[in-house]
Design a protein around this ligand. Structure first.
Ligand SMILES: [Zn+2]
Ligand SMILES: [Zn+2]
Length: 316
């Protein structure tokens, strides 16, 4: 009995040691973690849009959709150290649509409640500062109580250092160089994609966009291009109003195929499979026409490069 117990202890030490080595290995490279691959549709399988780039154990977050911190916690449980919630402290917004920002109060407050003492560093378009000010005003009673009551939370970690992006701004630290670039997203005055360079790899996240040459120029043979698309099959089934919306705000599979063919990424990762018009009508045929299966079928018809449809918590 005693012998068995000792063996169990030795085994778990061995297991911990092995996990430690694996974790260290993961820390030493670049990982793209799809925290949320959804859209405004409240799909239980897909959190709101959010991508994490983890470099040397440090996370850089792009967009803050619903569920961002819980998905980060799930990735941490799978061994990605940089996504430990209380260490999340650098984030970039592509634009201020609610599906990309509903997780911002979560990202601002939850890591702090878990012990983060540094303010969140947040880059985003004009309007980001006003959004953050309003979020903090909305949670003012919570902040007062947590900092002055028995929880004894620190008085710094809920704060947000906002940087509203100006042309030419580039984020740079010892791990990564992150360059925002303008894309085209309907009536939004500013919507950004991001080009990230880290440890010799180049990753481009298009954000939400209709066809934009800036995506081609910034990828230009990049390792990974993360981009959105809707299916042509579903486009044909929605009203003229929704067709106009789609053309103005997003990309069809054929349009993305054209962009990607010229951008030449090593891997094209599809996310944010929009199905505007069908999501609202919930008509069965319309929803099926916008499915992931249909998306891949159309992409493979128009695009000869390597392409995958991402799911939440996929790692590339
Ligand atoms: Zn969106
Ligand atoms: Zn959008």
């Amino acid at each position: 009995m005693k012998h068995v117990a000792i063996r169990a202890v030795v085994c778990s030490f061995f297991l911990l040691a092995t996990m430690g080595q694996a974790d260290v290995k993961q820390q030493a490279r670049v990982q793209v973690v799809m925290l949320g691959t959804g859209t405004p549709l409240p799909d239980p399988e897909r959190s709101g849009p959010s991508v994490a780039l983890v470099v040397n154990g440090r996370a850089y977050l792009f967009d803050a959709g619903t569920g961002i911190v819980r998905r980060a916690a799930a990735a941490r449980e799978r061994g990605i150290i940089g996504l430990e919630p209380r260490t999340l402290r650098v984030a970039f917004l592509t634009h201020l649509h609610s599906d990309h920002t509903l997780g911002l109060p979560d990202l601002t407050l939850t890591p702090w409640v878990m012990g983060r003492a540094e303010p969140l560093e947040l880059w985003g378009p004009h309007g980001t500062r006003a959004m953050v000010d309003h979020i903090l005003a909305a949670f003012n009673e919570d902040v007062i109580l947590r900092t002055t009551g028995l929880e004894g939370s620190n008085t710094t970690g809920y704060k947000v250092d906002v940087r509203e992006i100006e042309p030419g701004d580039v984020y740079k630290d010892g791990n990564a160089t992150i360059k925002p670039f303008l894309v085209k997203h309907g009536e939004w005055k500013q919507a950004f994609g991001y080009r990230i360079e880290a440890l010799g790899r180049v990753i481009v996240y298009s954000g939400d966009t209709s066809p934009a040459e800036s995506v081609v120029e910034n990828c230009h043979g990049c390792d990974i291009l993360i981009a959105e698309a809707y299916t042509e099959a579903s486009f044909d089934l929605v009203s003229a109003h929704w067709q106009k919306y789609r053309r103005t705000y997003h990309m069809s599979t054929r349009e993305l195929a054209d962009i990607a063919t010229r951008a030449r990424p090593g891997l094209l990762v599809l996310t944010h499979r929009g199905n505007a018009g069908c999501d609202q009508s919930q008509a069965h045929g319309c929803l099926r026409a916008g499915s992931e299966e249909q998306l891949l079928k159309e992409m493979k018809k128009y695009y000869s490069g390597k392409v995958v449809a991402a799911h939440d918590l996929d790692v590339f």
